[in-house]
Design a protein around this ligand. Structure first.
Ligand code: SER
Length: 890
């Protein structure tokens, strides 16, 4: 007598059943989605979208067939927080499917599903327990179910597009692509699971008793963008198709007659092992954690085996979220050391035959999980304490501030979902908008701090850019150009579209936008297309020459394949002025300071230029003037600026300036100013290897002014300079300032210098007078030579005095005087402006310490202080309290 079919046997039976019906068996597609509509593969049909849309049914290495069958590993993470809490949710499941690409249709799909479920040599389930739903107007399916299968009408229910269309509600909500009505098959698990009826289910759509086991989809439409008035658009596909999905875990629990799939032969060994490792039996409330650990380990193992790595963006981050949820539940079970990785071998045992990649990647998967456990366990405990502290302070129904949730992420690596889930256990929600704001702020800071930060934030992971050709850049000669959208990338993933209000990276076939490089900032501007517009916030490029435009869509929708017009902002003209000015500045510096000057870095922007170069001393006023004069001579001469590509050797032979330590290709671009300016006995010229954007004549530069010269490193100086309008505005502002200051001082700009020297002399005299007055004040307060009474403290004689209005030097002078007058070892003076303690040499030799005493007294007086053994001082708020503390200070 053999037991019920195992999960593996059911899988195999399914595939061979459909092979016997003329289907080609294909392996599962990776859990990484085949198209950008989702991160992970969510359905068996997903790899076959092209065939549904009319592509040839040819599968290299397997053959050609319009009938195909697969077991597809699917990952759905939309409601991950329910996994484990209920026994109905899974993040990874196996979907058995049979597909027809314009071959058979409803009649066969229905007949074969029935035969497989109820046929005695297949699953042999009781036909009387079968129920189905169909789409509201699908009379054809109704006819097959009633007339050909013989299902009683009372076992059939019609639902609308939210239930019986796949994807659910596709006509109204999308996604675009193949879709159609469907018919779902339910199995009645019997009264042990509930006393509800099929009619109850039809009303409530909830049942523990009626379990959906198979979905037969009839994809015959291509869902497209709705019309402007919102009317759904369903175009006919080239032919009618079949896409079915049978949930293997569900069917296995029915066939094995176990209450849920956590008790079937795939999960049970993992759950048992979790119980064994933790010493916690699988029962009661804690069993949630057994389920979470077992389920998540299965999906994470599969995803990692498919080549995903834990990371902080995109798919890698989702995987990390699943893993960290499992680690936290492991922690609840008592695991304090990496343990969960030991479960991978069980996943391999139960599923490795059907998915050989699991076995092949086992050691890599184990190492990755172990590493993630090590990382997260380090911060988990601290984070849990912090979070439970925060939650304990809040009332049920309150909201945890977003900033706190962000700090938990930032400091302890708590994904937001995890924080939300734990907060929920306390009946507290999380301010997600606040979290997003904090995250955004932190990213802004990181972006500003890191040169490459922005490129990372552009989110264009290498993977997402694979297969794209280098971009054709036409922006040296024009500021507008049309190009085709080749890809939209966000968070490391390709996106199917970019809607108004969202931001992502756009890759075009052709672009006028300069990509940051050679010190020149990336261009900004707009993209325009019929019905839409996006702002280009920055432009970068990859080493492979793919231009990445950071675009925020303001209106309309952007999609791959669309033609857009790129218009570079007029700020580019200011960038060009600053770039050509940088070359001239470079040449002028070498002429004035000598050929030891070498470029060490630069920034060319619309509002300024910055030029770092090797030189040991600040520029004298005269040198600065000479450099500015040279540049303005070029400007007035209005020479043409030309650029040309040529072999590197030729450029060097012609004397072009190359950057030290820079790598150049075989062919280089040479930017030349066609004319020199006289300096000393010779002529100064400018010719540099450069990929940047320049004015076409030097006259376009306009005014030029050096605004600062500072030291940035040993032997490296940094000059900031302005060209064009930025220069004239800067000069005008300074002139206005100087005039305002002259006005304040009741003099003219020319009289300013004399007036300021006069005021400085007056100020000095006044300061001397004040010091004199303070000294007199101190003396007066010290009672004209009458020394205060001495106290005996810790073996030292201490004189203490309170003064007012005395500070700094005078306070110290008063302490000297007090020591003299009183013959004490230590003098303490507290004033409302500070505290000073002075000790005689002799007292110091005997162990007195003014610094330590000041510390104690200052603390009593609300301040902080310290200092040497013989003299120390502090700022305090309360002199009286500091003095009163004297008696307890020893
Ligand atoms: N695509 C359908 C589903 O996922 C049937 O395979 O339910």
């Amino acid at each position: 007598m053999t037991g019920p079919l195992t999960t593996s046997e059911i899988r195999e039976k399914y595939l061979s059943f459909f092979e016997s019906k003329g289907h080609l068996r294909l392996p599962s597609h990776s859990t990484i989605a085949p198209d950008p509509t989702t991160l992970f593969t969510v359905a068996g049909m997903q790899p076959f979208k092209p065939q549904f849309m009319g592509a040839p049914a040819v599968f290299p290495g397997y053959g050609e067939s319009r009938r195909v069958t697969t077991a597809q590993k699917c990952v759905r993470v939309g409601d991950i927080e329910n996994v484990g809490r209920t026994r109905r949710h899974l993040s990874l499941f196996e979907m058995m499917g049979n597909f027809s690409f314009g071959d058979y249709f409803k009649r066969e799909a229905i007949a074969w599903a029935w035969e497989f479920l109820t046929g005695s040599e297949w699953l042999g389930l009781d036909p009387a327990r079968m129920y189905v739903t169909i789409y509201e107007d699908d009379d054809e399916a109704f006819r097959y179910w009633t007339q050909e299968i013989g299902l009683p009408e009372s076992h059939i229910h019609r639902f609308g597009a939210d239930e019986n269309f796949w994807p659910a509600d596709a006509p109204l909500k999308g996604p675009n692509g193949p879709c159609g009505p469907c018919s779902e098959i339910y199995y009645d698990r019997g009264p042990a699971y509930g006393d509800d009826t099929w009619a109850d289910y039809a009303r409530t759509r909830e049942s523990a008793r009626f379990l959906e086991v198979w979905n037969l989809v009839f994809p015959q439409y291509d869902r497209q963008d709705p019309r402007p008035d919102g009317t759904p658009v369903l175009a006919d596909l080239p032919f009618k198709n079949i896409d079915t999905g049978m949930g293997l875990e569900r069917v296995a629990s029915v066939v094995q007659d176990v209450p849920d799939f956590y008790s079937n032969d795939v999960f049970k060994p993992i759950i048992d092992r979790v119980a064994e490792l933790s010493g916690q039996p699988y029962e009661g409330e804690v069993s949630v954690s057994h389920r979470v650990v077992a389920e998540h380990l299965r999906s994470v193992s599969m995803i990692l085996a498919d080549g995903v790595a834990f990371s902080n963006t995109g798919r890698g981050y989702t995987t990390r979220k699943i893993m960290r949820r499992a680690i936290r539940h492991g922690y609840l079970l008592g695991f304090r050391e990496p343990t969960l990785y030991q479960l991978v071998s069980l996943v391999v045992q139960t599923m490795g035959e059907a998915y050989p990649e699991l076995g092949a990647e086992q050691s890599r998967v184990e190492a990755a999980i172990r590493g993630e456990e090590e990382r997260f366990l380090k911060t988990l405990e601290g984070g849990m304490q912090r979070l439970s502290g925060l939650l304990a302070e809040l009332e049920k129904g309150a909201t945890l501030p977003g900033e706190a949730a962000f700090l938990l992420y930032d400091t302890y690596g708590f994904p937001l979902d995890l924080t939300k889930e734990i907060a929920e256990e306390y009946g507290i929600s999380v301010d997600e908008a606040g979290y997003a704001e904090s995250l955004e702020r932190a990213q802004e800071t990181a972006r500003a701090a890191s040169k490459y930060g922005k490129a990372e934030l552009f989110g264009a992971g290498q993977e997402a850019l694979e297969g794209l050709p280098p971009t054709q850049f036409v922006g040296y000669d024009t500021l507008t150009a049309e190009g085709e959208v080749l890809a939209l990338v966000g968070a490391g993933e390709r996106l199917p579209h970019l809607r108004a209000g969202s931001e992502a990276t756009v890759v075009l076939s052709r672009t006028p936008f300069y990509a940051e490089g050679g010190g020149e900032v990336g261009d900004t501007g707009v993209l325009e297309w019929p019905g839409g517009r996006g702002v280009v916030r920055d432009t970068r490029k990859t080493p492979a020459g793919i231009w990445l435009h950071d675009v925020f869509v303001e209106e309309g929708e952007l999609k791959p394949g669309q033609t857009v017009r790129g218009v570079v902002s007029s700020g580019r003209r200011a960038i060009e002025r600053h770039h050509t000015a940088t070359h001239l500045l470079h040449a002028a510096l070498r002429a004035v300071l000598g050929s030891g000057v070498r470029q060490a870095g630069s920034l060319v922007a619309a509002d300024r230029l910055r030029f770092d170069f090797t030189h040991g001393a600040p520029l004298s006023d005269e040198e600065t003037a000479q450099v500015e004069t040279l540049v303005s001579r070029w400007v007035s001469a209005n020479f043409p600026v030309t650029w040309q590509e040529m072999p590197l050797a030729e450029a060097k032979a012609a004397g072009a300036t190359a950057l030290f330590g820079e790598k150049y290709g075989e062919t280089v671009r040479v930017v030349r100013v066609e004319g020199g300016v006289p300096f000393g006995n010779g002529t100064v010229t400018s010719m540099e290897l450069c990929g940047g954007a320049h004015v076409t004549r030097t006259g376009d530069i306009g005014a030029f002014v050096i605004v600062s010269d500072e030291n940035v490193a040993a032997g490296v100086r940094r000059i900031e300079a302005l060209a064009g309008e930025a220069a004239t505005t800067w000069v005008r502002e300074r002139l206005n300032n100087v005039a305002r200051v002259a006005g304040l001082l009741n003099t003219s700009v020319d009289g300013l210098e004399g007036r300021v020297s006069g005021l400085q002399a007056q100020l000095k005299a006044a300061q001397q007078e004040t010091a004199q007055v303070r000294r007199q004040l101190a003396e007066a307060q010290m009672g004209g030579g009458r020394a205060p009474q001495l106290r005996e403290l810790g073996g030292f004689r201490v004189a203490a005095l309170r003064l007012s209005g005395i500070e700094g030097n005078e306070l110290r002078g008063a302490a000297d005087k007090l020591l003299d007058q009183s013959g004490a070892d230590l003098a303490v003076i507290a004033s409302d402006r500070g505290l000073v303690v002075k000790a005689t040499k002799n007292a110091v030799a005997r162990g007195a310490h003014a610094g330590q005493l000041v510390g104690k007294l200052a603390a009593a007086g609300g301040g902080k202080g310290g200092g040497r053994p013989d003299l120390a001082q502090a700022g305090i708020g309360n002199p009286q309290a500091a003095l009163e503390a004297l008696d307890t200070a020893f």
